[in-house]
Design a protein around this ligand. Structure first.
Ligand SMILES: [Zn+2]
Length: 299
């Protein structure tokens, strides 16, 4: 693969990943990531945990990414699982407006349904209203159980609240849901899961069958079994199937950036390999542990 191929992973939880992952992603051509806020694998017990997490998504994590040559953006929201703790959810809703205006926040997300409970519905709707109020894009997590009905319901609720489908990305699609999402004018995101569900070959087949317009691909890599190289690996699979480099970069680079560029906080021009300057510190902290700092892309 040419060095010139560029990728963005528009859904990856880097907080749960290592600096080795950042280095491997940069080496594979990933120049930027978007990190949605989600849960930690166990429920948070106080609003301060959300606050510190959101602060890290706009502070430490973009710094850490930059140290390894990757631009970092994020989406801020109350995830569906923790929407079920209503007492806490109320406090998180009050916190959100403090973060939505921050640099690098490209959407409200990931929000939507998990169990499709009444509390999830309530806070999904409230956050859609917030998106309208703040004129923001929305990144929707669709449930893994009862996928098709949950996906359709997510879109219907967005429309009911008057959101423009072209401002909403519906994530975790499969072959059963994609046509409906595209027909309604939403952006369809696919998560590549290693060993299960959607793999590279299946993803290439989706692009062949459904086209490349309004389709984006991500890894959703987190603390679970997942692969931060999913997006470049789909690129390799597309190349092997005879797709041109332009077609590959359209799906795996331009489509997601052009969607999130509607936020005014990311653009194709701006997303290029950042300069690496490991002599920099973030609030006096470094990601290095005694190594010689690398400075790359400067004289
Ligand atoms: Zn996620």
């Amino acid at each position: 693969m040419k060095e010139t191929l560029h990728f963005i992973d528009p859904h990856i939880h880097m907080t749960s990943r290592t600096t080795d992952d950042y280095e491997a992603m940069a080496a594979a051509g990933v120049v930027a990531v978007i990190e949605p806020s989600f849960w930690l694998g166990q429920p948070r017990t106080q609003v301060g945990s959300f606050q510190d997490y959101f602060s890290s998504l706009v502070g430490w994590e973009p710094f850490r990414a930059s140290q390894f040559g990757i631009k970092h953006y994020c989406t801020i929201g109350l995830n569906s699982k923790e929407a079920n703790n209503e007492a806490l959810a109320e406090q998180v809703m009050e916190l959100l407006p403090l973060y939505l205006h921050k640099e690098g926040v490209v959407a409200i997300g990931e929000i939507g349904y998990d169990d499709q409970s009444p509390a999830e519905d309530k806070y999904f709707r409230e956050q859609l209203e917030l998106a309208k109020e703040f004129n923001m894009l929305v990144q929707v997590h669709t449930p893994h159980r009862d996928k098709k009905a949950g996906t359709i319901k997510s879109m219907e609720v967005c429309l009911e609240h008057g959101l423009d489908p072209s401002n909403v990305v519906i994530d975790h699609n499969n072959e059963e849901t994609v046509q409906e999402v595209l027909d309604r004018g939403f952006i369809a995101a696919f998560t590549i899961y290693p060993k299960t569900k959607m793999g590279n070959e299946r993803m290439v087949e989706v692009v062949r069958r459904f086209g490349s317009t309004n389709i984006i691909v991500d890894s959703s890599a987190d603390w679970g079994v997942s692969d931060p190289l999913s997006v470049p690996n789909v690129g390799k699979a597309m190349l092997a199937q005879g797709y041109s480099e332009d077609e590959i970069e359209k799906v795996l680079f331009a489509n997601p950036i052009n969607f999130f560029a509607q936020s005014g906080r990311i653009s194709l021009e701006e997303v290029t390999r950042p300069l690496i300057d490991q002599t920099k510190l973030h609030e006096e902290n470094s990601a290095l542990r005694g190594q010689d700092p690398i400075v790359e892309g400067k004289d």
